[in-house]
Design a protein around this ligand. Structure first.
Ligand SMILES: Nc1nc2c(ncn2[C@@H]2O[C@H](COP(=O)(O)OP(=O)(O)O)[C@@H](O)[C@H]2O)c(=O)[nH]1
Ligand SMILES: [Mg+2]
Length: 389
């Protein structure tokens, strides 16, 4: 990595700070120093663990896994969303040490295909409910199934006039670039959530390099600084490109540093967000406007995404079959056949989603046409009956 002089100076300063923070006598001095140090902002302080601990470490009285019907008006409901493997279940687990929700996965395999919720009751009478959701890339369920599961849960909450206090949308900062899957998740999330609710969304980055795991003799390694630098650059890219619309509409960002304090620092931000009542868009569409799932913004988005996916899969399928026909190398043929099988499985899943979205759309169209065209008196009614059959 090429470093300029400023960068090297900053690195040396950070090293000194990281060593000094271990000594209480030096800590005050360091805290004073960072106040005047140029370019050493809150994020660096957070990164080095120099921010003061939460003023009141509230005592959690109990953890209770709950169903949607158990939710009450006293609950501060926080929904956690994001791609599979972004760390949603880990976030909940870290915020609630001692409670085992058995939902933390290993890597990118999904472990939370259903929605689960845990209520934390505090001694001061507050209840916080953290809701774990599956991502739109579940290894077991199709995207339509996920949308249906999430929409049903949100609809249920809205029907009972219970408010979602905020949503944490998690993203792995360790991923090299915004790949197709996280991007699809983000687009689905934005449509489901709606601009009006962006104010109550915190975009949380997870999987930041961990200082302790890389240090030797109390000094952070070069590798740590290199990783930290790449992650900070990716964070800037997220903020200026992919998240800019949400940030312009009032969303905020936070880094999760995989500790209980960090989890509660983020949860507290949701609790502090404005108290004006807002509904998630899909709740409004399904409950107030009476729309069916495929007619909601998220449903239409999924329709578009699935159509694109099927087109790409068809194209790939054709090219792979051509290649298979031309290849004589047994090893390559075997590998191609395996890939074709996998692709066929994904294609079936996407086609099934499309059938679900289309059949429901047709159902709505039929009902709409029936209202519009009086029975018997119009020849066009015959066309409606044709759609029916
Ligand atoms: N180092 C690190 N690992 C994490 C973090 N968050 C999650 N993980 C790991 O990533 C994997 C997937 O996390 P999980 O919580 O199941 O992701 P989910 O699918 O979003 O619920 C697990 O092995 C976690 O231990 C984090 O902030 N830092
Ligand atoms: Mg999970």
């Amino acid at each position: 990595m090429v470093l300029d002089t400023n960068m090297l100076q900053k690195r040396d300063t950070e090293r000194t700070v990281s060593t000094a923070k271990r000594s209480d006598s030096l800590k005050t001095l360091v805290n004073q120093a960072i106040n005047w140090m140029p370019g050493f902002g809150k994020k660096e302080e957070e990164k080095l663990g120099l921010l003061s601990p939460r003023p009141v470490d509230r005592d959690i009285h109990s953890f209770t896994p709950i169903k949607p019907e158990d939710l009450t008006r006293n609950d501060v409901i926080i929904v956690i969303m994001g791609p599979t493997g972004a760390g949603k279940s880990t976030f909940i687990q870290t915020a609630t040490p001692g409670y085992n929700n058995h939902a933390v996965g290993h890597g990118l395999q999904s472990f939370t295909s259903q929605i689960t919720a845990v209520r934390m009751s505090f001694d001061d009478g507050t209840n916080v409910v953290l809701v774990d959701t599956p991502g739109f890339d579940d290894t077991c369920l199709s995207d339509f199934d996920i949308l249906q599961t999430v929409a049903k849960w949100l609809k249920n909450v809205r029907t009972r006039e219970l408010e979602i206090s905020g949503i944490l949308y998690l993203h792995r900062i360790s991923d090299n670039r915004m790949a197709q899957t996280p991007l699809k998740n983000l687009k689905m999330f934005q449509k489901l959530c709606g601009e009006d609710f962006f104010k109550k969304v915190i975009l949380v980055t997870t999987m930041w390099p961990e200082l302790e795991s890389t240090e030797t003799n109390g000094l952070a390694s070069d590798e740590y600084y290199d990783e930290m630098n790449s992650c900070s650059n990716r964070e800037k890219e997220l903020e200026t490109i992919y998240w800019s619309d949400m940030l312009n509409h009032g969303s905020t960002t936070k880094r999760f540093s995989n500790s209980k304090d960090s989890a509660w620092d983020i949860i507290d931000c949701i609790i502090d967000i404005e108290s004006q009542k807002r509904w998630v868009r899909i709740q409004e569409e399904m409950v107030t406007q009476g729309k069916k799932l495929p007619n909601t913004d998220a449903g239409r988005q999924l329709h578009g995404i699935t159509q694109e996916l099927i087109d790409r899969q068809n194209d790939l399928f054709k090219r792979m079959k051509e290649e298979l026909g031309q290849n004589v190398d047994q090893v390559v043929v075997q590998a191609l056949l395996e890939e074709l099988k996998e692709l066929q499985k994904d294609r079936e899943k996407a086609l099934e989603d499309m059938r679900q979205l289309d059949s429901r759309l047709l159902g709505s169209l039929r009902r709409w046409l029936r209202k519009l065209i009086p029975r018997k008196c119009s020849p066009a009614y015959q066309d409606v009956q044709d759609i029916d059959n």
